[in-house]
Design a protein around this ligand. Structure first.
Ligand SMILES: Cc1cc2ncn([C@H]3O[C@H](COP(=O)(O)O)[C@@H](O)[C@H]3O)c2cc1C
Ligand SMILES: O=C(O)c1cccnc1
Length: 356
């Protein structure tokens, strides 16, 4: 399923991009006056291979939830059971992601890919549990390569199912106490940074915990033999398995699944950024189908976006995850595309063009 998905991914269509750029310039507005929105619409035209690109409606948020063995090292002030408790909160509609999804008219699906507890059946909860949390990445691989592939395929499957039920835009979400540690490790390796540059304070940690977190990320890279440069795409799976989380793997798969279906994927924060680096290492063309919803306060996110060449739409110092930054960006993405559907051209509206 992974190989089949990778084979189906097409890079952005240069002809559609050129047509979309030319069309933007014929609309009744000064050239370039919609700033970054013009680039978003052009980007989605390239991804869809059509000008104008289809309206990205309706949208579906998938929140991938999992636990992390590295939690035992004291990298976060929160107890591990907050992951399962927040899953219950998403399902009953009480989290920030639910509020933002309701505001934006986006559906919410929660996917258990590795929560360290059993969850009762519920509508909107998809059980794709790979294991009861990862192993501690500072002691050895967080998961086996086989588990990494299964988690990737869980994400691909969720993307496929959401598209089959009508979604025309996917938004990434995550829940997993301690997952900013795994994110920092993935970003350090894939974007080639020192752990101190890309490790952040996650949910909010003091200086002592922060120092320990950086040391643990460093230890994880050393223990897993990831301090050298990456060479082959096959390294991507090994790195993912060594220092990733099940939600990172599943989000990477979700991105690949969206890209294969030519449905745009709005990325959330640092966890999505780390997962997008995995997807890019497997197939760089997958990123042509992504939009960076926002820039999180985590330093690693800025590094990941720079490496991916993505410009974030919203920058409001959010550091929550769950999909919240992606959800805030969704109406902006819709507005950017709607311009190409609704706005008149100088010709059709009889508006004079500039004279000098
Ligand atoms: C109540 C609560 C709700 C959250 N929603 C998302 N996160 C976010 O914070 C966690 C990562 O931060 P760290 O690596 O510092 O543990 C993840 O679960 C992420 O989704 C939350 C965290 C908490 C505590
Ligand atoms: O950037 C994020 O998505 C983020 C930051 C801190 C904690 N959880 C998520």
């Amino acid at each position: 399923m992974l190989a089949e998905t990778l084979a189906a991914i097409r890079p952005a269509d240069p002809r559609a991009i050129a047509e979309a750029r030319a069309y933007q310039d014929r609309l009744t507005k000064p050239r370039g006056s919609l700033g970054a929105l013009e680039e978003i619409a052009v980007r989605l035209a390239g991804a869809a291979g059509a000008t104008p690109p289809p309206m990205p409606e309706p949208a579906a948020l998938a929140i991938f939830a999992a636990d992390h063995g590295v939690h035992a090292r004291g990298v976060t002030p929160w107890p591990q059971e907050v992951t399962v408790q927040m899953v219950a909160n998403f399902l009953s509609g009480g989290a920030v992601a639910n509020a933002f999804a309701a505001q934006a008219g986006v559906s919410v699906t929660v996917v258990d890919v590795g929560v360290a507890a059993d969850l009762p059946d519920a509508p909107n909860l998809v059980n794709r549990k790979i294991a009861y949390g990862t192993a501690d990445l500072s002691e050895g691989p967080a998961m086996s390569v086989d588990q990494a592939v299964r988690a990737l395929e869980a994400g691909i499957g969720v993307a496929r199912d959401l598209v089959a039920s009508g979604a025309r835009c996917l938004v990434t979400g995550d829940m997993g106490i301690a997952n900013t540690t795994a994110s920092a490790a993935l970003i350090a390796v894939f974007a080639g940074h020192d752990p101190a540059e890309v490790t952040g304070r996650g949910t909010g940690i003091d200086d002592e915990t922060f120092g320990r977190k950086v040391d643990i990320v460093r230890e994880a890279l050393r223990t897993n033999g990831l301090s050298g440069a990456l060479t082959a795409p096959s390294d991507a799976l090994r790195v993912l398995a060594a220092v990733g989380g099940f939600e990172h793997a599943a989000i990477a798969g979700f991105i690949l699944g969206g890209a294969a279906a030519r449905v745009p994927v709005i990325l959330d924060g640092v966890i999505a950024g780390a997962a997008a680096l995995v997807a890019a290492a497997l197939d760089p063309a997958a990123i042509d189908h992504c939009v960076a919803g926002h820039r999180s306060a985590e330093p690693g996110h800025t590094a990941a976006l720079a490496h991916l060449g993505l410009r974030p739409l919203v920058d409001l110092e959010l550091r929550l995850g769950e999909g919240t930054g992606g959800l805030l960006a969704y109406p902006v993405v819709c507005a950017a595309v709607r311009v190409m559907h609704d706005v008149a051209t100088f010709d059709s509206a009889g508006v004079s063009e500039k004279t000098v």
